[in-house]
Design a protein around this ligand. Structure first.
Ligand code: HEC
Ligand code: HEC
Length: 256
């Protein structure tokens, strides 16, 4: 009797102890898993919150600043440093009124008295009014860094044609001369009424050497005053190897 009673007590105690240990282990695992889960979702939530604080119009302007190659002349974020002939925008930009900025982007600033120097291109026929609003918002916000608003990467070690195709996008040639150099962007007041293609029989008849194409890209061509869009002057902006890569790409385009 006594033996059984003692044995029953021991069994009860051991069972209780085991149950408590099991519950404690479960609680510990539960806490750990819960903690881990909360910890791992916390990071993306914070990132989303940070991104969401960027005004969508400012973000759109930052992406256009890259897409229209403003960044290739004025520097990433408008910090300058590309050419002594192109001003930085970080100081002056936010001080200009929206109307002044819109006017400079739509109409340019007139061509330089020295034809060997770059000028601010006329963008009114190429960039939409809504896009100019975005650019103005971005510049007036102080040209802040915006995630992913970076130029296309230029593939290295894959030949001049491949690099040139990417440079055609990076320098915004595509916005005026069209995908694959097909042309067609309206330029109503110009003699041809459109920005010329960089392909086809007429183009390759006139531009029958690499040197002729390179010279034209370097020196640009002023067709007339705004609202006429002229070919920007890229001398001092695009390096010689990049000019040669652009030509290698242009020579892959349709010849007829
Ligand atoms: C081919 C080079 C080039 C490109 C591309 C270019 N700019 Fe300019 N930009 C210039 C030059 C050069 C000036 C100075 C013109 C002058 O002082 O006559 C200028 C001036 C300006 C100014 C006036 C700055 C001041 O000091 O008053 C603004 C604003 C501006 N650019 C914005 C832009 C934007 C926005 C884009 C893209 C849509 C752009 N630029 C693309 C060359 C360029
Ligand atoms: C703002 C619009 C604009 C941009 C950006 C632009 N171009 Fe042009 N381009 C023109 C216009 C307008 C002409 C016509 C000039 C003329 O007929 O005198 C032209 C002419 C040319 C020509 C001579 C074609 C012909 O038939 O006269 C070449 C080559 C050329 N561009 C290459 C380029 C390259 C390469 C880029 C990029 C680095 C580029 N362009 C960027 C507007 C642009």
């Amino acid at each position: 009797m006594k033996q059984r009673g003692w044995s029953a007590d021991v069994i009860a105690a051991v069972t209780l102890l085991a149950a408590l240990t099991f519950a404690a282990a479960l609680a510990a695992i539960g806490f750990y898993v819960g903690h881990k889960t909360r910890g791992s979702t916390a990071t993306p939530a914070t990132t989303r919150a940070a991104v969401a604080t960027i005004d969508p119009q400012v973000a759109a302007g930052a992406h256009q600043f890259v897409a229209f190659a403003c960044a290739q002349c004025h520097g990433m974020g408008g910090t300058g440093g590309v050419s002594p002939d192109v001003p930085a925008l970080t100081q002056i930009g936010p001080q200009l009124t929206s109307a002044q900025l819109r006017s400079v982007i739509d109409h340019g600033m007139g061509v330089s008295a020295n034809p060997a120097k770059p000028f601010m291109p006329v963008w009114g026929n190429v960039i939409s009014s809504r896009q100019v609003d975005d650019l103005v918002a971005y510049i007036r916000a102080g040209l802040p860094a915006v995630p992913d608003a970076v130029p296309v990467a230029i593939p290295q070690g894959q030949g001049a044609e491949v690099a040139g195709a990417a440079l055609y996008v990076k320098y915004g040639c595509i916005n005026c001369h069209g995908p694959n150099g097909l042309g067609g962007v309206p330029n109503p007041q110009s003699p041809d009424k459109t920005i010329p293609p960089l392909s086809g029989a007429d183009f390759f008849k006139q531009f029958n050497t690499d040197a002729k194409i390179i010279d034209f890209i370097r020196s640009g061509s002023v067709l007339g005053r705004q609202p006429i869009v002229s070919m920007p002057h890229w001398g001092g902006i695009i390096s010689d190897p990049d000019l040669r890569a652009l030509v290698a790409y242009i020579k892959t385009l349709k010849t007829a």
